[in-house]
Design a protein around this ligand. Structure first.
Ligand SMILES: Cc1cc2nc3c(=O)[nH]c(=O)nc-3n(C[C@H](O)[C@H](O)[C@H](O)COP(=O)(O)OP(=O)(O)OC[C@H]3O[C@@H](n4cnc5c(N)ncnc54)[C@H](O)[C@@H]3O)c2cc1C
Length: 470
């Protein structure tokens, strides 16, 4: 079947080749050494790492849509080091482990560039650097705790910069201060996701597309069922992002909330005039962070967080089509780049974010089922972290005790969210409080203790959570 392009976001529409076909769905009774459920970046990197470690391993990926059809093919393409989450990492992994993982995540951009160059795949990699800034007085210094924690270990991945420097670097006058990480990069999410798919197929990994898992039998071997078939496997690895909430053991570990992006047509002259052509990607210090980047062909790509909150299990179709919050994205553009406020969005879209309390991805085996593994909670930061997730999950699945499989991100599923409908109602209350706090912060007004306490329950995202404990 020819791969569907209509209805998909712009990155996938651009990256799916005209003659590309879907892999056939799972049919009949099949076997595999390892079955990966969910073919986003996490699933694909895991499959490739397993194959690298054990070339003879028979690996199958069972994917509800097409490989890369989930969040992996519709993100903002920001490749960020995870140093901004150092405190959370330290609390989970200890100082030594946090520094090691911090360096590993920090090297991801370079590793991605090298990997795809070697494969001859252009992912539009650009080393732009990242500015994490403050757009109101109350947000100045949001990063100070991180800098202090890093400085204790002589780590200085960020440089503090003032408003004038940010304007000189980006053309935006909205930022009052910030920090700069020169290692961050941007990529084309569709080209990365679909490029990865081509490598997966080239390595002989079996792929079943349009095959949503309908049931998982947890015996040994485990059996993954789909509408037309089943696959029996020694081990199963669940890399289903927000859809992991369909697994009862993971349901109370993940809060699903949408992020939205928009993109203009190419505006090279305008970006040049503004001083934002091929310049750093940016994020503010709101709890619902907003950000900007540009593409290789000079489109302007703003994004906002804090969208739709999923109720219980998720239906992927909810995330199809244009963003319903274009007006929110428009407001964010008006604040950051008023000169671009009237440039139409050529497209907009949204996708699910699998937030953990800390903002860190977590891994392990399902309790009582040591042959069924999970990786979830990339919390809006999957591009740099999923290659490392692949190493962690491959190590766990093969029973290899290495620096990855024994790291502090390997732990039982968290149980921090109440059951529905309490969680849905509670999440909406927290979301309303966050939005109010972000708005009042910009008016230099105190939101009061109730809003402050509710907003403090926000899970982690691009930066570390205010409640990063375990
Ligand atoms: C709008 C947006 C902007 C973002 N921006 C950035 C960014 O700039 N930088 C960054 O690092 N990260 C960003 N992210 C986050 C990043 O995209 C994710 O963290 C990453 O894609 C996670 O990869 P994954 O493989 O876990 O998830 P996915 O790519 O979502 O893969 C999960 C797969 O599981 C499949 N699946 C679900 N249920 C089943 C089932 N029952 N059976 C079989 N398959 C199933 C889905 O179809 C999907 O393909 C953004 C996300 C969004 C939505």
């Amino acid at each position: 079947m020819k791969t569907r392009i209509a209805g998909r976001g712009p990155w996938l529409r651009e990256a799916i080749l005209p003659d590309e076909e879907d892999e056939a769905p799972l049919a009949g009774e099949q076997r595999a050494d390892t079955c990966i459920v969910g073919g986003g970046m996490a699933g694909m990197w895991t499959a490739l790492e397993l194959k690298r470690r054990q070339p003879a391993l028979d690996i199958a990926i069972v994917e509800a849509d097409i490989l890369g059809g989930g969040a992996s093919g519709r993100n903002s393409g920001m490749v960020l080091s995870q140093w901004a989450k150092f405190q959370a990492l330290e609390s989970f992994c200890g100082t030594e482990g946090a520094i090691r993982l911090g360096h590993a995540f920090g090297c991801s951009a370079t590793a991605l560039d090298a990997f795809f160059r070697e494969e001859g795949i252009d992912i539009e990699f650009r080393r732009d650097g990242w500015i994490w800034g403050a757009t109101c007085m109350r947000h100045i210094g949001s990063w100070r705790g991180i800098l202090t924690a890093l400085a204790k270990h002589d780590l200085a991945p960020f440089r503090e910069i003032d408003a004038a420097t940010i304007t000189a670097m980006t053309g935006s006058r909205a930022f009052l201060a910030g920090i700069h990480d020169p290692t961050a990069a941007t990529i084309h999410p569709g080209k990365l996701a679909r490029g990865l798919r081509r490598v997966v197929l080239k390595r002989g990994i079996r792929v079943y597309e349009n095959s949503p898992m309908t049931r998982l039998d947890r015996g040994h071997p485990a059996v993954v069922h789909t509408a037309q078939g089943e696959i029996r496997a020694e081990r199963v690895i669940l890399t289903m992002n927000a859809w992991s909430t369909s697994i009862p053991e993971l349901r109370s570990a993940i809060l699903v909330i949408a992020s939205e992006d928009a993109v203009t047509a190419p505006v090279p002259d305008l970006l040049e005039k503004l001083g934002y052509k091929e310049k750093p990607l940016m994020g503010d210090s709101q709890l619902f962070v907003t950000g900007f980047r540009t593409t290789k062909d000079h489109r302007f790509n703003p994004g906002v967080t804090g969208g739709v909150i999923g109720f219980g299990g998720l239906n992927g179709a909810r995330f199809e089509g244009r963003s319903l919050r274009e007006h929110v994205i428009r407001d964010c553009v008006r604040r950051g780049y008023p000169e671009l406020a009237d440039v139409p969005f050529a497209d907009s879209w949204f996708g699910p974010i699998d937030r953990t309390r800390s903002g860190l991805p977590l891994f392990g085996a399902l309790p009582e089922h040591p042959h069924i593994f999970y990786g979830y909670g990339f919390s809006g930061n999957g591009v740099a972290t999923t290659p490392i997730a692949g190493k962690i999950l491959a190590g766990l699945a093969l029973g290899e005790k290495d620096e990855w499989s024994t790291c502090g991100l390997v732990r039982p599923p968290e149980r921090w969210l109440p059951p529905e409908p309490i969680r849905y109602i509670g999440a909406h209350m927290v979301r309303a409080a966050i939005a109010r706090k972000d708005r009042l912060d910009h008016l230099d007004q105190d939101p009061g203790p109730i809003v402050r306490s509710l907003a403090a329950l926000a899970p982690g995202g691009i930066t570390t959570s205010r409640v990063a404990k375990h």
